[in-house]
Design a protein around this ligand. Structure first.
Ligand SMILES: [Zn+2]
Length: 453
């Protein structure tokens, strides 16, 4: 049996050691979008697992490699951890208070690109495993890890990889890459993720930029073409105009609404945190805002590029324009269907010159809120955080959980070290050290309860 007091004592006394290991991993850039440091980081992650007695394989995917690891435990059950070793780009660099790849601790936090998303979650899990191995030669249950290197670029190859490796990945339950507390400090359980369909739209109207005095009246302008095409995607009332887009959607169940209604209001917190003065569609708060935030699909312009954007003026007529657009999807929308519908819509609206490049995505995935593993994770959280974990039936973000739910048939739960001010994907990404410790304590308890129940 595991003595959790001793586990906690180990975690408390070895915290800085674990943070040093996390710092070393964060110092190693692994920006998937820029193909920067990927193979090296996969190797580093593999070594970190090997050091803990895991049998590790680095598997090719057609993109960045996947790291698979496995270690037998005392019990028969197998817990699978999903993490990723890639991070988001660091730009804009001038908004960081300390360099993104030079981890720094200050004011009870640690700052670095990837320290929260997702290296901190991964290393905190290893930390929990260290504490358990300090006490017993074997872990309470079998443990597997799958770490991918493409999460931040849409997990392009992961669903097919999971589908093709169901035996290696066979498990009884899965702990997702993230988890943590909300703005009140309450640990949250996110039971679903929206899907995503990420595309780049581009248009080219000439073989080079042209003097705007020469072409302004008579040449097509790529920037205008793109703006008009984008205008055809969504109305000002936020209704997405693509025919058939809303057809496959399954609305939230009564149980979903009951869970959403039990969650605290977020409207004022969002307004303050992000400096907003209103929400879309006349939403003011309550269950309507919560439901819309996660059970409705989106069409978001993530970035626009064309022509001259430097200092002062440059009278130029752009030959090229492009936009990155993401659609967050709800059950049962699929990215392939959305791309088809988008193509048909652009053609029908007169924009067959606008090209669509699919950059990745996957459908939404959900776990039954009443699954016994959810209960185990919720119960063990209470021991660590002192307050009950609350269930959120659907998160607004996306990830490849659909593959784990559908190909591996696993309940997928969240448990981790995150907090709302972590600035994931933004400058000054950080973790709170107190939550890092709690996250490791929770993981140690999950492993123990799962193996010994
Ligand atoms: Zn991320």
């Amino acid at each position: 049996m595991t003595n959790l007091k001793q586990v906690d004592a180990y975690l408390e006394t070895h915290l800085q050691e674990s943070l040093t290991e996390l710092g070393d991993l964060c110092a190693q850039p692994s920006v998937a979008a820029q193909a920067w440091g990927m193979e090296e980081t996969a190797q580093t992650v593999a070594q970190m697992l090997q050091k803990r007695g895991f049998a590790v394989e680095i598997k090719e995917t057609g993109g960045f490699p996947v790291v698979l690891a496995e270690r037998q435990g005392r019990g028969d059950k197998t817990l699978l951890f999903y993490n990723h070793y890639d991070v988001q780009p660091v730009e804009p660099l001038d908004l960081w208070d300390s360099p993104p790849f030079e981890p720094e601790q200050r004011d009870g936090k640690m700052y670095a690109r990837g320290v929260s998303d997702d290296k901190g979650h991964f290393v905190s899990r290893l930390f929990a495993i260290d504490a358990l191995l300090k006490q017993n030669e074997e872990l309470p249950c079998n443990v597997k890890f799958i770490l991918e290197g493409e999460e931040e670029i849409g997990s392009i190859h992961l669903p097919d990889f999971v589908k093709a490796h169901t035996e290696e990945l066979a498990a009884d339950a899965c702990v997702w890459e993230f988890g943590g507390v909300d703005y009140r400090g309450v640990p949250m359980q996110y039971l679903g993720l929206r899907g995503i369909c990420y595309v780049e739209l581009s248009v080219e109207t000439a073989n080079s930029d042209v003097h705007s005095g020469l072409g302004g009246s008579i040449f097509p302008n790529a920037a205008w073409r793109l703006v008009w095409a984008l205008n055809a995607l969504k109305d000002e009332d936020e209704r997405i105009r693509i025919p058939g887009f809303y057809d496959p959607i399954i609305p939230p169940t009564e149980r979903d609404k009951e869970l959403l209604a039990a969650l605290p209001p977020v409207a004022e917190e969002y307004k303050e945190r992000y400096g907003l003065d209103h929400f879309l569609k006349g939403l003011t708060g309550g269950l309507e805002l919560r439901t819309a935030a996660v059970f409705e699909p989106t069409c978001t312009i993530c970035g626009l590029t064309s022509g001259y954007q430097g200092k002062g003026s440059k009278t130029v007529l752009p030959a090229k324009a492009s936009a990155k657009v993401d659609f967050r999807l709800v059950p049962e929308q699929t990215p392939s269907e959305v791309v088809q519908q988008l193509r048909a819509h652009l053609d029908a609206e007169g924009f067959s010159d606008v090209e669509i490049e699919f950059l990745g995505g996957g459908p939404a995935g959900r776990t039954d809120p009443d699954d016994p593993f959810v209960e185990l994770v919720v119960d063990t959280a209470k021991e660590v955080y002192g307050i009950p974990m609350e269930l959120d039936p659907m998160g607004g973000g996306s990830g490849p959980n659909h593959a784990f739910v559908h190909y591996l048939n696993l309940p997928v739960v969240t448990a981790g070290i995150g907090h709302p001010g972590s600035n994931a994907h933004a400058p000054n990404e950080n973790i709170r050290l107190d939550l890092y410790l709690k996250g490791a304590q929770h993981i140690a308890r999950i492993l123990t309860a799962f193996g010994e129940e």
